[in-house]
Design a protein around this ligand. Structure first.
Ligand code: PMP
Length: 410
């Protein structure tokens, strides 16, 4: 079990007061998480103690920064159980990671008539790049639908994933309604028809144990800023044999071995996919975030979120006549995301009133427009929880919502 009160002391911003002294209630971790002191300190240590470019210097600072930077890679690779650190490419975020796959592997492997299968839940980051590849390559994007309970319709998946499927690209946890997708089962179906598998782990890697070898995926994309790490750093795991056959997306410095005026040869893995000076400080910061998460234990993080989500869904029952709460009923099938909607009050208005009480939630289409529109609405309000949230905060949310609805006289 997590000692949440102790954890909260590690996050300076969580003691912040907003407006006229209201304690900050951070329920927007699906957008970005807060950062513990350990991560902030890792950034300060880097800039104060050993700031230097990596992989090229013969001097002490460069050797130190290279060692710590590669150490961070090994930690993050280990966190997702990658076979080796070389299977982890640093990117800016999930979006960039998926774009690397689309522009490199996708351009080389998707052929006319092929099908790219995604779920109805996808964030734009795991939809738009595939629409682009499909358009360029004469392929088709197919959508795996949901059941009435907002879980993935596995019967439909059985008929949609077939001989034409070249890639299955699925989110593991929906950022808009919280649904957990059984990616291991889907990956098995995709493998059986010879398709490659990409998992969008933006909302799973921060919140639950994720094991790329167990899922048996070719690609896993995730963002550091959603898992207690800094912004501007993320990861792309690629299975070793797939990575060896992939062409680099960006070219230039760092990613080459030898260059003449006419031609160039590529550096070893994973540097081949990391052109230019990398985001050294933030990679090291993400390593510190992973240390923090591993010390807590990802099973414990997940258990805390299941319990808190259950508590929240129960608390929302008090508002069931007013609000539609989206997503599966079963907390085992959902992450710590509660998305809701009132038929007569715009989510932005709800969000603004909650904000005045110090409660930060997200409102809008959550970059999953087709998914949110399929709920019959243009936007929802979304509270998203993490390891530092408490039952008291959930109570504050529900009380503030009741008050907001009274204010709007609905
Ligand atoms: N996929 C999912 C499921 C997400 O929740 C997000 C972030 N909201 C992304 C992709 C994109 O992440 P980023 O903006 O860090 O690239």
């Amino acid at each position: 079990m997590l000692d949440v009160m102790k954890i909260r002391e590690d996050f300076p911003v969580l003691s912040k007061k907003v407006y006229d002294g209201k304690p900050l209630v951070w329920l927007d971790s699906a957008a970005t998480s807060q950062k513990p002191r350990r991560v902030i300190q890792a950034l300060v240590d880097y800039y104060e103690g050993y700031n230097a470019n990596v992989h090229r210097g013969v001097h002490a600072l460069s050797m130190e920064s290279t060692e710590r930077y590669e150490d961070a890679r090994a930690k993050v690779a280990g966190f997702i159980n990658a076979e080796s650190p070389e299977s982890l490419i640093w990117t800016r975020n999930t979006t960039e990671a998926i774009n690397v796959v689309a522009n490199s592997w996708g351009e080389d492997n998707i052929k006319p008539g092929d099908e790219i299968v995604v779920t109805a839940l996808e964030h734009h980051s795991n939809l738009v790049p595939w629409q682009q590849v499909a358009r360029k390559r004469g392929a088709k994007v197919r959508i795996l639908p949901l059941t009435d309970d907002h879980t993935l319709d596995m019967d439909a998946a059985e008929s949609i994933i077939g001989p034409r499927t070249r890639l299955l690209a699925a989110t593991q946890v929906s950022n808009s309604i919280g649904t957990i997708v059984p990616v291991k089962e889907l990956a098995k179906k995709a493998r059986a028809v010879g398709a490659a598998v990409l998992i969008d782990g933006a909302q799973s890697v921060p919140h639950m144990p994720v094991d790329v070898q167990d899922i048996d995926c070719d690609f896993l994309a995730f963002s550091g800023h959603k898992m207690l790490g800094p912004t501007g750093i993320g990861g792309l795991y690629v299975k070793r044999d797939v990575l060896e056959r992939m062409n680099p997306f960006l070219t230039g410095g760092e990613m080459v071995l030898a260059v003449s005026y006419e031609d160039a040869t590529w550096n070893e893995l994973p540097m081949r996919f990391e052109a230019g000076t990398p985001n050294i400080a933030d990679a090291i910061g993400l390593g510190a975030a992973v240390d923090y998460l591993q010390d807590l234990g990802m099973e414990n993080v997940r258990d805390h979120e299941i319990a808190l989500t259950k508590y929240a869904l129960d608390a929302f029952k008090e508002l069931e006549e007013e609000l539609d709460v989206h997503g599966p009923k079963d907390t085992v099938m959902r992450g710590g995301i509660v998305s809701f909607h009132h038929p007569d009050v715009h989510p932005h208005d709800l969000g603004t009133v909650l904000d005045r009480q110090g409660i930060a939630i997200r409102t809008g289409h959550h970059c999953a427009m087709p998914m949110v529109q399929s709920l019959g609405v243009a936007a929802t309000a979304r509270a998203s929880m993490y390891l530092y949230n408490t039952e008291e905060e959930v109570d504050m949310l529900v009380d503030a919502l009741k008050e907001a609805l009274r204010y709007f006289r609905v």
